[in-house]
Design a protein around this ligand. Structure first.
Ligand code: URA
Length: 248
């Protein structure tokens, strides 16, 4: 058992529940007293009972599923088209509306952004340092995108993207790290920067157009085939390391 996780007054059930986004301390206390909270499968009605937080699993009436205790939340969302990656969206609903209340209450935020119409792998977390590092140009995490093309293409499109294209308002050409034509109407490319509309602009600069765009991987972390658009899942430390971040 790590020192941090030993039962003490800082990890009473009331504090634990509050820390995981289940509302104000008073509300958490009432939830516990009313028998709505289970810890590791056993109902606990004592808000002052302290728990080890390692591997602690919460179930709370009114909230679907099992909630693993986590100091920071790391999530993967399969972003559907038609959602904005913003807390204050302008024209479409926010991706945050796809998450349950406790995660919004914890203030999870997307790690970088995808365009409204782009789908696929989006990381979210309440770990500010993780967001800072994974979105910093210095870190240069490779991201894999699949693009459906408006016009049929051949290898010469990939060759252009690999040798570099000049985007408006950029001083230097920018090249894909890798690019493979999947069929005459689709390609997969890897980029390590996160410039505004980068894939769409690069493909346009190379003479074609993106019809639809999906992010399928960040680093070595891939979008699970069985995660439907609009659904999310927890990520553990091993999965986050694949995406380029080692949780504390
Ligand atoms: N490149 C784009 O053009 N759009 C995205 O959403 C991500 C990368």
């Amino acid at each position: 058992m790590s020192k941090k996780s030993k039962p003490n007054k800082n990890n009473t059930l009331e504090r634990v529940l509050h820390s995981q986004g289940f509302g104000a301390r008073k509300l958490c206390r009432n939830l516990i007293r009313s028998g709505s909270v289970s810890v590791n499968g056993i109902v606990c009605e004592d808000p002052d009972q302290a728990f080890e937080t390692d591997n602690l699993q919460l179930e709370v009436d009114g909230y679907e599923g099992v909630w693993p205790y986590c100091e920071n939340a790391y999530l993967l969302l399969n972003k559907p088209a038609g959602y904005e990656c913003s807390r204050a969206p302008k024209h479409h609903p926010s991706i945050l509306s796809l998450l349950p209340d406790p995660l919004r209450e914890r203030d999870v935020q997307p790690v970088g952004r995808l365009d409204v119409e782009t789908t696929g792998l989006l990381l979210l977390t309440d770990d500010g340092q993780c967001i800072h590092v994974l979105t910093s140009p210095k870190h240069a995490v490779p991201k894999v995108y699949r693009a459906e093309l408006a016009e049929t293409a051949d290898q010469s499109l990939c060759d252009k993207l690999l040798s570099g294209v000049l985007l408006k308002d950029e001083a230097e050409t920018i090249a894909a790290d890798a690019c493979v034509l999947l069929n005459p109407n689709a390609l997969e490319m890897i980029i390590s920067q996160g410039k505004y509309h980068q894939v769409r602009r690069m493909i346009a600069a190379a003479g074609n157009h993106v019809q639809s765009l999906e992010r399928v991987a960040i680093g070595e972390l891939t979008l699970p085939a069985d995660l439907a658009p609009g659904n999310w899942q927890w990520l553990d430390a091993t999965q986050m390391r694949l995406a380029g971040w080692t949780p504390k």
